[in-house]
Each structure stands twice: as C-alpha cells, then as structure tokens.
Design a protein around this ligand. Structure first.
Ligand code: 8YV
Length: 323
C-alpha cells in the first residue's frame, strides 16, 4: 500500500522530520515561511495529511474546493483556533492537537513573564546594556513582590494547572480560578485554589492575572477595556494563551494611563505584528511566542503528531482528536 502523502508546513526538529520521512511520503516546506491561503488550499487537494502550525490560517474559505484529498489536519501545537474545525468536519477532515507535552514549558514562560514584569527585569536589562546604570541605590527599579501574592488563573486546563503548581508550591501564591466548567474539588485542593463564578469576580481580587483559556471567537477580547478597569491599579496581566483573548488597543491604553501596573505578553493578535503602542510601553514585557520553545518540548510535540497520524492511518481514533 502506498504511504500516506503528508505535508509539514514549517521546519520541525530534525529527529522528528527524519522519523516522519521513514513512515510517510513526506514533503516539508523547506523555505520555512508561512504558507499562503492558496498554498494551504492547494495542499488540501494534494495531501492525505496536512500538519499545520499556528502560522497557518485555515478559515472556512480555505476548505471551499471541489475535492479535498486531506483526511486529517494534525496540528503542531495545543491551540487550534487558527483552524475552522466546523468547516474541516463538514469536509470529513479530522483535526488533532498536541496537549500535555507543552504544558510545563508554557507555564514556565508564564512564570518568566510574571517575574520579569513584576521585578522590572526587562527594564533593568535594557538600562544596563544601554550604559544607563549608575549603580545601586535603595529606590532603583523597585518592583513588586511575587511571593505570597494572589494569582488569578483564567482557564484551568493543563497549562493553567501547571501554572498553579509553580505559583502555589514554588512561590506560596494564593490561587483564584475562573473556568467555564466546574473544577473538581480535589483538583482545586492540590493548589489550595478557590474557583470564582466569573471573570468579573476574579479580576478585582488579584495581584496577577494569567490567561490560559483557548483562543477563537468565544474568547475574543475576553480582556477588554471594561475588564481591565476591574483590575487593581498595581496588578499585572500575563498572556501566554492566544493574542485575540486580549484587546491590545485597550491594553496599551491601560498601561499608558496606569489602569493596571503592567503586563507580560508571549502572544499577539496579528503575529508577528506588535502594535507600536505596546512597543512603547515600559511596564510591559514582550516575548516572541516562546511558550513551547524548548528542544525537548518541540520534539515531544512532533512525536505526538506522529502518534496521532499513525493511529489515524491505522484506522484507530487518534488520542488527541479535537474535531
Ligand atoms: C506552539 C502554542 O509553539 O501549542 C500552542 O498552541 O501556542 C505553541 O506551543 C505553536 O502553536 C506551534 O504551532
């Protein structure tokens, strides 16, 4: 039987590419530039499996072609709001993602952002490298204490819980949780966490708010001007989820006017575009979507895609099927 024809849309870790090439009739986008909508449309007609990443946009229009050959979109990443899963389903295309393997590293980046912005580490590094550091003094770059503060976690899935683990057990933080469904009491008990009824209930009580909910239409601008107003004026917002969850314009205003104390962002609404209004804010730490970017995790993500594909082409339900 012919090997399934598979397209990898970006460069992946070499070990994963090599293993994939043994198992499938593999094509790799060696340019490593984001595919255009028309490239992706073409791929859906040509390949049995397409392996997209967050840089591949698959709205409903992309699926609108006379004949799709693709039977599975095995996404390299846990978030899949860049794929219209309803449109995929209507064409009989399965969708999988890569949960679990990136939870620890994404929570590490959320902690990094929280510590950096609270302790003014980015500002300090810029000052030092620019030759502006004039020496130690008691009032120099004084930040905010993280240990023992209250952290609000919006979205209490695997990454949200990995964040709670670090913040509660490592930093003695009090954890408040907002999640669309009820979290089991024994799960909350692991972090001595309290689940609150709504985002509105959570925001005024927190010194830090970290976003770990999915992106997509349902959560678009979940953090908007009105909700930023509910935060304490010295509180910090951390986003390692998806850019669209935060209204960047409203956030820039809130940072400028001191509605909140600061923010740390790893994701943006129109990556890689970061609005000038954000670039100009000092009380903001910006990272270029590094959540899962460790050698180990990027390999694990690749092998998780491979496991999903192998199951699928063996006629089994892939473990990470999301549509
Ligand atoms: C990935 C991520 O780097 O998994 C996700 O949802 O945001 C990151 O871990 C990226 O999405 C790769 O597609």
């Amino acid at each position: 039987m012919a090997k399934p024809k598979v397209l990898v849309t970006r460069r992946w870790p070499a070990a994963v590419e090599a293993k994939m090439a043994e198992v499938f009739d593999l094509s790799i986008n060696r340019d490593d530039r984001p595919l255009t909508a028309s490239d992706i449309r073409g791929a859906l007609g040509d390949y049995d499996a397409v392996l997209p990443t967050v840089t591949d946009r698959l709205p409903a229009q992309v699926f609108d072609l006379p004949q799709t050959r693709t039977r599975i979109l095995a996404n390299y990443g846990v978030g899949f709001s860049h794929i219209d899963t309803e449109a995929a389903k209507s064409r009989g295309i399965a969708v999988t993602n890569t949960p679990d393997v990136l939870s620890e590293c994404t929570a590490d980046i959320a902690m990094t952002l929280m510590l950096m912005v609270a302790r003014r580490a980015g500002e300090g590094e810029r000052e030092l490298r620019d030759g502006r550091w004039t020496g130690w003094r008691p009032t120099h770059l004084v930040g905010t204490k993280v240990s023992g503060a209250t952290l609000g976690i919006i979205g209490f899935g695997r990454i949200g819980q990995a964040m709670a683990q670090r913040a509660h057990h490592g930093f003695g933080m009090k954890i408040l949780v907002q999640n669309r469904s009820a979290i089991a009491p024994e799960v909350l008990a692991r972090y001595n966490a309290e689940q609150v009824a709504s985002v509105e209930d959570l925001l005024p009580r927190c010194d830090f708010v970290s976003l770990h909910c999915p992106g997509g239409a349902a959560n678009r601008h979940l953090i908007n001007a009105r909700r930023l107003d509910l935060m304490k004026p010295d509180a910090f917002l951390i986003n390692t989820a998806r850019g669209e969850v935060v209204d960047e314009h409203a956030l820039a205003q809130a940072l400028w006017f001191g509605t909140i104390g600061g923010a740390g962002l790893d994701v943006f609404e129109r990556e890689p575009v970061v609005p000038d209004a954000l670039l100009g804010a000092d009380n903001l730490v910006l990272l270029p979507h590094l959540g899962s970017a460790t050698r180990q995790t990027r390999e694990d993500m690749g092998f998780r895609v491979l496991a999903n594909l192998t199951d699928f082409f063996d006629g089994k339900t892939p473990r990470d099927r999301v549509a």
